[in-house]
Design a protein around this ligand. Sequence first.
Ligand code: EPZ
Length: 433
Amino acid sequence: MEQQYIIKGGRPLAGEVTIGGAKNAALGILAAAIMSDETVTIDNLPDVRDINVLLNAIEDIGAIVDRVDRHTVRINGSTISSLVINSEFINKIRASYYLLGALLGKYKDAQVALPGGCDIGSRPIDQHIKGFEALGAKIVIEHGMIKASAQSLVGRHIYLDVVSVGATINIMLAAVLAEGKTIIENPAKEPHIVDVANFLNSMGANIKGAGTDVIRIVGVEKLSASEYSVIPDQIEAGTFMIAAAATKGDVLIKNVIPKHLEAISAKLIEIGAEVYEFDEAVRVSANRRLGHTQIKTQPYPGFPTDMQPQMATILAMGQGTSIVTENIFENRYKYVDELARMGASIKVEGNVAIIDGVSRFTGAAVSAPDLRAGAALVTAALVAEGFSTVDQIYYIERGYENFEGKLKALGADIEKVAVDDEKSMQKFKLRVG
Ligand code: EPZ
């Protein structure tokens, strides 16, 4: 049964929210976990759809997946019996391609359905393939599957033409058990790259330089048991930071690494919000209408593309004209028409959005076009006068755990209801007035 959010805007968010584990780190880590034949325990896992799809795929090929609790899983890859990943939902998620790197690295053979994920651009995988081929693999794409195989994998010097999170992680996975030394130049430097490398090292891999401009990997014989806790999700944290400021609220966002949030904090401060950093928390507040700025999305440590829709939304309520340039994905403005229904004034030309801030948003029925854009539309609805509905929330549930529950705990008037469930909608409307 399809569900949607119904939201009444106008309440400032206040209180505390605890951020979960980073989805995009966890996806790489789960794939890496199957490379050991010993039991690996992973904690601080977000309970979101993309993670659950990947866990199902891992179980499908024969690995033991023991869900200890909502945020902890034990994986044992010694029982893997199939190297073909083609389960029902796997091609819906982007991270399915990490199983290619992991299985190729461990068994020198893998077949994975071509990846899907959010429709935010063409999303080629040429850099992944280039990396695997450099290590000695043969890659064939046929019948919707990528097939990778090798007699042996041998470490090489690989220069990435494009800074890619996925290719960097995939090449690390394929290289950790290869013979000799692999050097990845021009890698992505996102916190989740470092987290996947730290996890692999905790299993006995030898990776140096993750998070810098050069990653050096010396192949090891095997990977062993480990217990590991995933880093906090910087994008979930950033989303709550924006929601706090947009609603003129005051929120303490806990279980974060403030350094990972610097690009977001800097922009919020620039437009007039208050951001206080603590050891493992940030507090964001605003008590007036915010201003305008320019944003260009860049690989880390630049401003993250995954925060572009949320940031554009707060700028659309600000004073003055803002310019947003999307440099990573060409199709990440699909939420703009939806935001316009609420009153936003945004013109998109190529990869640039010109945003004329408006002083009020009004509630409307909108549809989430992808994960982060969905979160941005919810933020807009929290500010808009009157009632809004946001549908296609399964996109949001790919990457945010209990999004409505966390917002509700901060005072938001939001409810998840079945689409067309008029009775629940009426009940909500009566309750929030
Ligand atoms: C990861 O996608 C994330 N997904 C995305 O998060 C995120 O937006 C993106 O990195 C950028 O930070 C996961 O981690 C599962 P890329 P990925 O390879 O790895 C081009 C979210 O909302 N490119 O870093 O697919 C590509 O077209 C999602 O959580 C090539 O040209 O992104 C893009 O322009 C959405 N060839 C740029 O590089 C390649 O072989 C960066 O893509 C690979 C990528």
